[in-house]
Design a binder for this molecule. Structure first.
Ligand code: ASP
Length: 436
């Protein structure tokens, strides 16, 4: 059964030699990191010497192909592995226990993340002292884009709509459109109902989806061979296009977001690993690094999911059963990085507009940012769109999003790293608690 005998991906795919595989992995690791640095250098050169268009036209497509390839795997992988992962828990009570622990971990860490963001933003006040002309420039430079994007996000939802939308009226449509929350709902319900039918009926369905899930994981292995080239191209394109100028203008704001993200990873995840598992903190971060690098260069925790699953299972020794339940769920609903960033951004915008936020309003930010991050898809720049929900709840002008639009690309990369790290830390914690 899927992961039932704790078969690792390597065993299921008949990898002969463990050491050999580790060595190869290490090399891939290093290659991705070197590719990232080389991409940055090329990007800076292109930006300074004015050949950004060349990079956009001829180098970026390589990165886009890589992202499309891993995104291609996401829907079939999430559906098959979550379905099999749920059904192979084999017992509704166990599912309830693991499900509750997972949701609890996700919600608590997200609320802590927003709180860290709020504390830092209130302490360092990045929005005070932004010169009037800088503010006008920022608004002007991104106003057009922001209007259309926020317009779209405001047709969207109250919290009730968000909850209602989780239930697909047509699951095939949900799969075709890649609506992750709906796919997860349908996969979970199918997995639960599979437990309830007779073993003879269940067996062929299970073995079909186990096969699909293994096949998708194999596909990830193959695609990961071009990861270094993809990462190189993606980073070169971002840096060439964007330069680092805007970060200087918004230095204090970007620094507060980044410091918050680092603090959250170091304090919250390290403590969780230390307190709840026997895993070494260093080993955890080493194990998850390839997924972090892909998240950083793609700005998408959803596209990174196949790699997160591979790292968590192979490098961190979490069983396939737990990975395939916890991680697809996390990639969709757990976004600590996004929530933290939304906390800082909301306070920053309020400060720029001279609005003093009351304690009640700040608590409202904790609540809405936690919920908005659940509804944020793991795709690039999604968090800045759902930030509108947070701003609306505390009556801060939505146009304020224009102020931070320019700096968002790089911050998006950083928060995506935190998002995938949070998912993996949950898988390790749940796995340790189940072992016990
Ligand atoms: N890009 C983020 C992610 O994929 C979501 C966000 O924009 O905050 O995790």
């Amino acid at each position: 059964m899927h992961g039932g005998s704790a078969a690792t991906i390597q065993e299921r795919h008949g990898r002969p030699d463990n050491e050999d595989a580790k060595l190869r992995k290490l090399q891939l690791h290093t290659k991705i990191l070197l590719a990232l640095l080389a991409g940055m250098v090329l990007g800076i050169l292109a930006n300074r010497l004015g050949f950004s268009d060349f990079v956009a036209a001829y180098i970026k497509p390589l990165g886009s192909v890589f992202i499309r390839l891993i995104s291609m795997v996401v829907v079939p992988l999430v559906f098959s592995s979550l379905l099999v992962g749920t059904a192979s828990l084999n017992d509704i009570k166990k599912l309830g226990r693991i499900g509750t622990k997972t949701l609890l971990y996700y919600m608590c860490t997200t609320a802590i993340a927003v709180t860290i963001g709020l504390l830092l933003a209130n302490t360092f006040k990045p929005g005070l002292g932004l010169a009037e002309d800088v503010r006008a420039d920022l608004v002007k430079s991104s106003a057009g884009q922001v209007d259309t994007k926020i317009g779209a996000s405001l047709e969207k939802p109250t919290v009730i709509d968000l909850l209602l939308n989780i239930v697909p009226s047509n699951p095939v449509e949900a799969l075709v459109e890649g609506r992750m929350l709906q796919i997860i709902f349908f996969a979970l319900l199918t997995g639960i109902c599979l437990m309830l039918i007779s073993p003879e009926r269940r067996a062929p369905v299970m073995s079909f989806f186990e096969g699909v899930s293994d096949l998708m994981i194999k596909m990830v292995h193959v695609i990961m061979r071009i990861a270094p080239y993809g990462v190189f191209a993606l980073i070169a394109a971002v840096v060439a296009d964007f330069g680092t100028g805007i970060l200087v203008v918004l230095f204090k704001y970007s620094a507060v977001v980044t410091a918050g993200l680092i603090l959250h990873v170091i304090v919250v995840y390290s403590s969780a690993i230390k307190i709840f598992t026997r895993q070494k903190v260093g080993a955890f971060f080493r194990g998850i690094r390839p997924a972090q690098l892909i998240a950083f260069s793609s700005s998408s925790s959803s596209a990174t999911l196949p790699v997160t699953m591979e790292c968590t299972e192979e490098n961190l020794g979490v069983s396939a059963r737990i990975c395939s339940f916890v991680l697809p769920l996390g990639a969709t609903i757990n976004m600590d990085g996004t929530a933290l960033y939304q906390g800082v951004a909301a306070v920053f915008i309020a400060q720029v507009y001279g609005i003093d936020l009351t304690i009640a309003q700040q608590l409202m930010i904790v609540l809405t940012a936690t919920l908005a991050s659940v509804g944020t898809p793991g795709t690039p720049a999604a968090g800045i769109i759902t930030l509108a929900i947070v701003l609306k709840s505390i009556n801060v002008p939505l146009e304020g999003i224009a102020l931070i639009w320019g700096a968002d690309r790089i911050l998006d990369m950083c928060r995506s790293v935190v998002n995938v790290t949070g998912d993996a830390s949950c898988a390790v914690v749940i796995s340790a608690s189940e072992d016990r």
